[in-house]
Design a protein around this ligand. Structure first.
Ligand SMILES: Cc1cc2nc3c(=O)[nH]c(=O)nc-3n(C[C@H](O)[C@H](O)[C@H](O)COP(=O)(O)O)c2cc1C
Length: 346
């Protein structure tokens, strides 16, 4: 096995769980307007949600994290997949490039489909992947959707990271043209702007995961692995609520998933109110799994589901998509962002 890549996977998990979170989470800038007259039966509220061609039994999904780091990452993926199966949520795997380059790592990803034969599973590759590699990643999991992650700043801070992105657009276009299942372009914690959304939409993309700033911070993760860190970039990126507002402001038929710093079912509901059609959680769920085990993770997901449904109940939203029209107030930095970037164009 390629020890340096495998060690990097484990380092990532350790640093992703260990680094300090931002003091301010921008979901706290989003205040939902309370409505007193609830009129639904809690037990009748449905979590089922549609995002384009993806029918999900919950808007919550486990976002891309791991695989390709030997037995340790296989065990994590196995437990994440069992928890996803037991709670009926979708799950993305971490970048499959390592298994494409080293077939002996395939089982660290395949375990996800084995543990969850009928669930929704998202494949994941980087934007350097060719069409053939993307197809291999999909086949490895019989995937329901493909995430292509975009992580330029992470690569630049990573000493061994990519420096040449001249083939990126060409590769993404080939995958769009050659793959049948939904393709989700995702960031990894820096957010997606409306300018980026326009380019992606013109290429044919109809799904994005904004992967905004506020949670797992890959500048900090990679800086922890550097002798001389690029700390100036620790706060680079668009916060998740601002990035949702950017992404949904452009096209009716662009399906937006939210991730990055979602701490609870209430944050997830806020993401949906801002216009997202689903929300992913990565670092927070991994922390529960690693520190407390699989049963605790199942309990955590159940708790997040309850918080989400409580918010729906309070707002008389009988389906997750009903949340999208509910009133909210923006404060602080997110209001400033909205005023200068979104409202000016309305
Ligand atoms: C340990 C770890 C590994 C990750 N690896 C990947 C990856 O391989 N591909 C990817 O698209 N995103 C990866 N991510 C990013 C997450 O999918 C997500 O976009 C990001 O962590 C923000 O969500 P969070 O704040 O809930 O953690 C990783 C996250 C963590 C915590």
């Amino acid at each position: 096995m390629d020890m340096s890549r495998s060690k990097r996977k484990i380092d990532h998990i350790r640093h992703a769980l260990g680094h300090e979170r931002e003091i301010h989470n921008h979901f706290d800038d989003v205040e939902i307007v309370h409505q007193s007259l609830a009129r639904l039966d809690f037990n009748q509220i449905s979590r089922t949600t549609n995002a384009g061609e993806l029918n999900l039994s919950s808007p919550l999904f486990v976002n891309a994290m791991t695989g390709g780091g030997g037995e340790e990452t296989k065990a994590i993926n196995r437990d994440l997949a069992i928890a996803a199966h037991e709670t009926g949520i979708a799950m993305a795997v971490g970048s499959q490039m390592s298994a494409i380059k080293r077939p002996e790592e395939r089982s660290t990803y395949e375990v996800v489909r084995e543990m969850n034969p009928d669930g929704k599973v998202f494949a994941n590759v980087g934007s350097e992947a060719s069409l053939l590699q993307a197809k291999e990643a999909i086949a490895m999991l019989k995937a329901d959707a493909l995430q292509i992650h975009i992580n330029t700043l992470q690569e630049l801070i990573m000493p061994e990271g990519d420096r040449d992105f001249t083939q990126r657009m060409h590769h993404i276009q080939q995958i769009i043209d050659g793959v049948e299942i939904p393709i989700i372009i995702k960031e990894v914690g820096y957010g997606i702007s409306k300018e980026t959304v326009r380019i992606l939409y013109d290429m044919g993309i109809r799904y994005v995961d904004v992967g905004g700033r506020g949670g797992t911070n890959f500048s900090k993760v990679e800086n922890m692995r550097r002798e001389r860190p690029f700390s100036s970039f620790n706060n680079w990126g668009i916060s998740t609520p601002s990035s949702i507002l950017e992404a949904v402001s452009e096209y009716e038929d662009l399906h937006v998933f939210a991730s990055g710093g979602i701490r609870s079912g209430l944050d997830g509901a806020k993401a949906m109110i801002l216009g997202a059609q689903g929300f992913g959680m990565a670092g927070g769920l991994l922390k529960v799994l690693v520190n407390e085990g699989k049963d605790a993770l199942v309990e955590e997901i159940d708790h997040i589901h309850k918080e989400f449904k409580m918010t729906m109940m309070l707002l008389n939203a009988s389906t997750p998509s009903d949340l999208q029209k509910k009133p909210y107030v923006l404060t602080g930095a997110t209001k400033e962002w909205y005023d200068q970037r979104i409202r000016v164009n309305l």
